[in-house]
Ligand binder design. Structure first.
Ligand SMILES: [Zn+2]
Length: 419
């Protein structure tokens, strides 16, 4: 772990500093450099580990670890290494720890699948009878974080932590050593190490958690999140989303704001209140008018979107429901959005007539009859202008809600139309 500062572009300002602080409760001492994790896919080479359901544990461990690496690397300030990257390699256990040590790893986490029948995840950890580097408590905490994430994020019940002593060899202080060599060599080398049994290969766990690529990804994502949680790693949600370039443009231009530096939540539904507030920021001539108040009974006037809603109402961009309410927390449907966009462009002085081509395009969708009468011209207009497309070539889906990421795409397209 480190306490470091990095410069980063932030939402509204030209230059801002973000200090990545070590979260409270962190057990790791302050060092310099990123968090370094070495992933150890259990077994490999001639050692297949468990074999069941026509699958080798060694191969599944490798696939899961490759996905864990991919997901961990979505976080900031982390380096990830692997003890093996092919099915053919099968380093000795001491060698695996030494690979981790050579990368100055904060932890070497070995991932396995259990066998012998049963269900759930398990962490095999040091017995703590010899702890010259004082790492036992933090090792246990990392193990707990991974097990908890497997439970919360992958639905895998936890069997908890387990220690296994041996009297075949002893710690330097004469006490029984760790039976598992990963833990034994981890302790001797002063690096956090443990074995995580994600679940069982040879029980009903296989069809529950392992029998598709998507399920392996769910496990890997949970393992990565457990590691990230423990080390307080941060992840920019929009930087790993299809809408990234549009969200970044919208953030840089100040049209939108995130929930915090790391969370834009691009898949969240855009609410009508957010929509009004964003259009206000998008409009160079918008000013907050002290006198102006929205006339909707469900808007008190103190909300962050109250003035923008009043402005949008006055300029004919957004209107309320037939019952008089505005519904600020309701999601903006696709047909609502189409009408809003048409009205917004009219407000900006653009031509918003619809030609026959637009109407034909709208009618070509199999669900055209589901588009509300009041929204049809807006939908035809947006289709003709290429601001909206169908959900597929056949379906428009007028009632589907617009997401925050989708709205960023529309804003960048609108800016081009207005320019
Ligand atoms: Zn194994």
């Amino acid at each position: 772990m480190r306490t470091s500062k990095r410069w980063t572009a932030w939402i509204l300002a030209v230059l801002l500093i973000s200090c990545i602080a070590v979260p409270a409760g962190m057990a790791a001492p302050a060092e310099t450099g990123p968090v370094v994790i070495t992933l150890d896919p259990g077994h490999g080479g001639p050692d297949s580990g468990a074999v069941a359901n026509g699958r080798k544990e060694s191969d599944l461990n490798l696939t899961i670890c490759q996905y864990i690496k991919q997901y961990l690397e979505e976080y900031e300030n982390v380096e990830v290494y692997m003890t093996r990257t092919t099915r053919e390699e099968g380093p000795e256990l001491e060698e695996r720890i030494k690979i981790g040590v050579s990368h100055h790893s904060d932890a070497v986490v070995s991932f396995h699948l259990d066998a012998g029948g049963g269900t759930g995840s398990l962490a095999l950890v040091t017995n703590g009878l010899y702890d010259p580097y004082g790492k036992k408590d933090s090792d246990y905490a990392l193990a707990d974080s991974i097990l908890n994430s497997l439970k919360v994020n992958a639905g895998i019940p936890t069997r908890g932590r387990q220690i296994t002593n041996t009297t075949d060899y002893y710690w330097p202080n004469g006490k029984p050593a760790d039976h598992f060599k990963n833990n034994y060599y981890g302790i001797l080398n002063g690096v956090t190490s443990m074995i995580i049994e994600n679940c069982f290969l040879d029980s009903a766990d296989y069809s529950r958690y392992l029998n598709t690529d998507e399920k392996l990804r769910i496990i890997a994502r949970a393992d990565a999140a457990g590691i990230a949680d423990y080390y307080g790693l941060k992840r920019y949600d929009y930087k790993h989303h299809w809408s990234r370039p549009y969200v970044e443009t919208a953030l840089e231009r100040g049209w939108v704001a995130g929930y915090d530096e790391y969370h834009f939540r691009p898949d969240n539904v855009l609410t009508r209140g957010q929509c009004a507030a964003i259009f206000a920021k998008f409009s160079p001539d918008y000013t907050e008018d002290e006198e102006l108040t929205a006339t909707f009974p469900d808007i008190k006037g103190t909300e962050y979107y109250a003035k923008p809603v009043a402005w949008a109402q006055k300029n004919g961009i957004l209107s309320g429901y037939p019952n008089g309410n505005f519904g600020p927390d309701d999601g903006v449907t696709r047909e609502q959005m189409a009408l809003i966009i048409q009205k917004y462009l009219a407000y900006r002085g653009k031509e918003t007539n619809v030609s026959e081509a637009g109407w034909e395009k709208m009618k070509s969708f199999s669900d055209a009859s589901e588009i509300s009468a009041w929204a049809q011209e807006g939908v035809a207009f947006c289709l003709e202008q290429g601001i909206l497309a169908g959900m597929s070539s056949e379906v428009f889906s007028p009632g589907t809600k617009t997401t925050r990421g989708q709205f960023c795409v529309m804003l960048t397209q609108l800016e081009e139309k207005i320019a």
